[in-house]
Design a protein around this ligand. Structure first.
Ligand code: NAD
Length: 256
């Protein structure tokens, strides 16, 4: 089958599906200027030490890691990033009426910014736009805390209890939010067509969405430039650029 024929087949599957579930990862946001972690230009590929900034054990015990983490948040491309063609294609998909859930590992908030409905989006690893206190649970806008970093505080403490502040995202070693992860995996159980887009599928438990959906009888489409461990259970694997292929799959619904 030629590539256009494969895309046409997947488009037919989307039309026929009753409950489409999409799982996205960092690869859908690279076209918006936000590097992934493990791709060829990934943050960790270029600097393996950067992984420590995403590990709660280092974050809570090492003030130097927190100082670096705040500098990295300050410089994060998410503050100015705009949704790209891949995000917008998923808005088109939702307009068709059969998007059951959009599960994202991304913390950049770009699916919501693109226009997907809040109730469809499961941000299983949290959102960078909010800050949280690890001691008292205070939550507030990230930009207000970043203003304090800009003003010279290297590791701003919680204004309520002096505890350690962090982005309201799930680092390695941190517990997931049960309602969010359970809701996402439940959606995978209920889908008849699951897309895994721009994710290396190495982070668990969310990567289990793919075998859960497959065992429940769903068709599986993986869109990722590199191999993943679930390629062999996918009905279709597309290795082209997401920003080109996804609009070809969802774009015909523009009129909606
Ligand atoms: P990952 O870095 O492990 O994998 C991303 C994959 O996307 C790679 O295999 C890469 O080859 C592929 N890819 C990148 N650009 C692509 C393109 N244009 N077309 C096709 N494929 C492309 O990412 P992950 O699986 O999401 O895991 C990383 C973790 O880090 C996640 O849990 C997430 O929370 C976090 N993260 C989030 C962001 C973000 O919010 N944008 C960015 C980096 C990391």
């Amino acid at each position: 089958m030629t590539e256009p024929e494969v895309i046409a087949k997947v488009r037919d599957w989307v039309e026929a599906a009753k409950r489409v579930v999409v799982l996205t990862g960092a690869g859908i946001s690279t076209d918006s200027g936000i590097p992934d972690f493990r791709g060829p230009n990934g943050v960790w590929t270029r600097d393996p030490k950067a992984e420590k900034l995403s590990d709660i054990r280092y974050y809570t015990t090492d003030p130097e890691i927190r100082r670096l983490a705040w500098q990295s948040r300050l410089a994060h491309p998410a503050w100015t990033a705009k949704p790209n063609a891949g995000h917008l294609a998923l808005v088109q998909l939702e307009r068709r009426g059969n998007l059951h859930a959009l599960v994202t590992q991304n913390i950049d908030g770009l699916h919501l910014k693109a226009g997907n409905a809040r109730q469809k989006v499961f941000e299983v690893h949290g959102n960078l736009h909010q800050a949280i206190c690890l001691s008292c649970g205070w939550k507030g806008p990230m930009q207000a805390v970043l203003d304090r970093v800009r003003a010279g505080e290297e590791d701003p403490p919680c204004g309520e209890c002096d505890g350690i502040l962090k982005s309201d995202t799930i680092s390695f070693g941190q517990s997931l939010i049960p309602e969010v992860i359970d809701g996402a995996l439940q959606a995978a159980q209920e889908t008849d067509l699951l897309f895994a887009i721009g994710t290396s599928l190495q982070v668990f438990p969310i990567a289990n969405a793919v075998p859960i959906a497959q065992r429940a009888g769903a068709r599986i489409v993986i869109m990722n430039a590199e191999p993943t461990q679930f390629d062999d259970i996918a009905d279709v694997k597309l290795e082209g650029l997401i920003g080109e292929d996804l609009p070809r799959i969802c774009g015909r619904f523009d009129a909606g």
